[in-house]
Design a protein around this ligand. Structure first.
Ligand code: G1P
Length: 294
């Protein structure tokens, strides 16, 4: 069983400026909830019991969001808005929230290192705070990652999704050892290769499980040209050490909503809004009208 998760949220969100000048990209709304709330709901529904956010400057609103707000709760109780109360009160979720700061931005590998004391000697989940898995975060990929981690005695399991070959330079790309199934061993990984250098079109999709061995690997990774410690390079070192590294494929329909850039943020917002149980039908009509005019 894996009960701890790290959620790195320290990135500057430069691809989403000016929206992210003074607010974290993880707090941007996708339909009615901030992105990070979907991530937390997904992890809790997959049995995670404690979360460590790895934050940075300008990220205080994430802590505020998951904090209690007695005045708001009183008002919602008095006006009988039970549903909103449930969606804004995180106290009763079966999960504990912890926060730490990455003081200097030195890449995803370095951010993960900030969670070393929190993880201790236990394996842990890593969930990137800018990716929602599945429409309205309905995904059990984390449970599948845990199953494969345990049954295969792996040191690392990553979720992967197929991407168009011309987009490999946006992702970490894995090289399957033999064939490709629902889950399969991988022998190599490359961070953001050009299409001609990519070992496949299977991209790391923002959810990982690690044994604590990863921390030593991260310490051995040399910074890249931009001074960043890449997590993908640390996983590559695990492969080179002969450790078992596995991939689990996202299922068809289990889409990853990437909030790292505007086109895919817009698409995610529209898709979630169209599927909203309260406002979806009305929004669809409005969108039809707009598109008819365009
Ligand atoms: C990070 C990882 C990359 C992964 C991607 C999406 O990149 O470094 O390997 O494929 O997230 O999960 P970033 O989007 O932070 O540049």
């Amino acid at each position: 069983m894996i009960k701890s998760a790290l959620i790195p949220v320290a990135g500057h969100g430069t691809r989403l400026l000016p929206a992210t000048k003074s607010q974290p990209k993880e707090m941007l709304p996708v339909a009615r909830k901030p992105i990070v709330q979907y991530v937390v709901e997904e992890l809790v529904s997959n049995g995670i019991q404690q979360l460590l956010f790895i934050t940075g400057r300008n990220k205080a609103s994430i802590e505020n969001h998951f904090d209690d707000d007695p005045e708001l709760y009183r008002m919602l109780t008095e006006t009988n808005r039970q549903e909103l109360l449930e969606e804004t009160n995180f106290k009763d979720l079966a999960v504990h929230f912890f926060y730490t700061r990455q003081r200097v931005q030195r890449g995803l590998g370095d951010a993960v290192l900030c969670g070393e004391n929190f993880a201790g000697e236990e394996p842990f989940l890593l969930a990137l705070g800018d990716s929602i898995l599945g429409l309205h975060a309905k995904s059990n990929v984390v449970t599948r990652l845990v199953e494969v981690f345990e049954s295969q005695q792996a040191s690392c399991v990553v979720a992967v999704e197929e991407v168009p070959l011309q987009e490999t330079a946006f992702y970490g790309i894995v090289q399957p050892q033999d064939g490709v199934g629902d889950h399969f061993p991988i022998s190599n990984l490359v961070e953001k290769p050009k299409p001609q250098d990519a070992p496949s079109n299977l991209a790391i999709a923002g959810r990982y499980i690690f044994s604590p061995l990863i921390f030593d690997m991260i310490r051995r990774v040399k910074p890249d040209k931009r001074g960043e410690i890449q997590l993908t390079d640390a996983i590559q070192l695990l492969c080179e050490e002969g450790q078992r590294v596995m991939a689990v494929r996202l299922q068809p329909g289990e889409k990853r909503y990437d909030i790292g850039n505007f086109p895919s943020y817009f698409e995610s917002f529209v898709e979630f809004a169209l599927a909203d149980p309260l406002y979806g039908a009305e929004f669809r009509k409005m969108l039809d009208r707009l598109l008819a005019k365009a």
